[in-house]
Write a protein that binds this ligand. Structure first.
Ligand code: NAP
Length: 309
């Protein structure tokens, strides 16, 4: 007998702060949202060691602890987590179809909160040594670099925050930045420059990552005078921005030139019933609090859309 086609009110793709906040609001509107977790439960926030700027936690809160609280809060009101990954969506007709590794799901409304992933340097050795000295997450891999020397690439908030975290383990953390001025905010800049374990290499890019069993050496190039040099390190952490996870939506909704979902000021994509929230549509703020707020707003919009259905 053919399986009965179940049509959900709302499916949310992604479990970062936007997805779980959308889930909380949709659950409290009695929509019994189904949340497709994807592979990175909790999103990028869950990989952050400590979050010190989420209101309500004056002493800060662990990233994974906050993600866990978000999830519990949503589940308490009836949100359902499906440990599966969307591989395709069909937004051409109602109900929308979400294809996963295990089956097809159908829903009257969708909230896209698939977030973004770390950019790569795209230099020789980067893929080869990934997980063997090349990392994109200090919280995940910092522990492996006890008493070692590591490089951090980037000059933004992520690079500095993660470099500071790495000083718990490493004896020396070298921040390699392509300019001579940091993009990061003032507080992190001060903390990093005051930290005796952190050193800066300015106007420099990494052109190759070399090693035998793991990373041993970086090839560097000074972008001002073109001189090349080598630096011995045990590991390299790369924090040079993000790319939105929007490949499966391409051609169906509008994306900007960098791939971020284009939404109006009510988080609506060009397809009625399809909303987006969080970093997948926000190249500007990318904060836990702004993503959570967008998630809540998208769920309110989805609720209104379904009421007028
Ligand atoms: P970001 O602000 O975009 O900074 C990326 C850094 O990488 C920049 O310094 C950039 O250099 C450099 N870069 C980019 N491409 C490069 C390449 N190919 N080679 C070498 N360097 C390259 O990214 P982010 O630090 O991940 O931060 C993203 C957002 O999250 C920001 O809005 C940030 O404020 C926020 N955030 C906030 C916190 C916090 O509040 N505690 C923590 C983490 C992130 P240029 O400066 O020359 O462009």
């Amino acid at each position: 007998m053919a399986e009965e086609k179940v049509v959900e009110d709302v499916i949310i793709l992604g479990t970062g702060p936007a997805g779980l906040s959308a889930a909380l609001y949709a659950a409290r509107a009695d929509l019994h949202p189904l949340i497709m977790t994807g592979t990175e439960i909790g999103g990028q926030a869950a990989l952050t060691d400590r979050i010190e700027n989420y209101p309500g936690f004056p002493e800060g809160v662990g990233g994974s602890e906050l993600a866990d609280l978000f999830q519990k809060n949503a589940e308490r009101f009836g949100a359902r987590l499906e440990y599966d990954t969307a591989t395709e969506v069909d937004l051409s007709q109602q109900p929308f179809k979400v294809k996963t590794y295990s089956k097809d799901y159908f829903s009257k409304a969708l909230i896209l909160t698939t977030g973004a992933r770390s950019n790569k340097l795209n230099v020789p050795g980067e893929n080869e040594f990934r997980g063997r000295g090349v990392s994109y997450c200090a919280t995940c891999d910092g522990w492996f670099f006890k008493e070692k020397k590591v490089a951090v690439v980037g000059g933004g908030d992520s690079a500095l925050e993660e470099a500071i975290f790495l000083t718990r383990f490493a004896t020396s953390v070298i921040i390699i930045h392509r300019r001579d001025a940091l993009r990061a905010g003032a507080i992190l800049q001060k903390r990093a420059t005051d930290n005796p374990k952190i050193h800066f290499v300015w106007n420099t890019v990494v052109t190759e990552i070399k090693g035998v069993d793991g990373v041993d050496q970086l090839r560097l190039k000074n972008v001002k005078d073109g001189t090349e040099s080598e630096m011995d390190v045990d590991g390299i952490f790369v924090f040079i921005g993000h790319t939105p996870n929007t490949e499966i939506f391409k051609g169906q909704i509008d994306l900007d030139e960098k791939g971020y979902i284009v939404v109006d000021n009510r988080l609506r994509t060009k397809i009625p019933g399809v909303f987006a929230a969080g970093e997948v549509c926000d190249p500007h703020y990318r904060q836990v609090v702004t993503s959570a707020g967008m998630g809540a707003a998208a769920a309110i919009e989805a609720t209104r859309f379904l009421e007028n259905d």
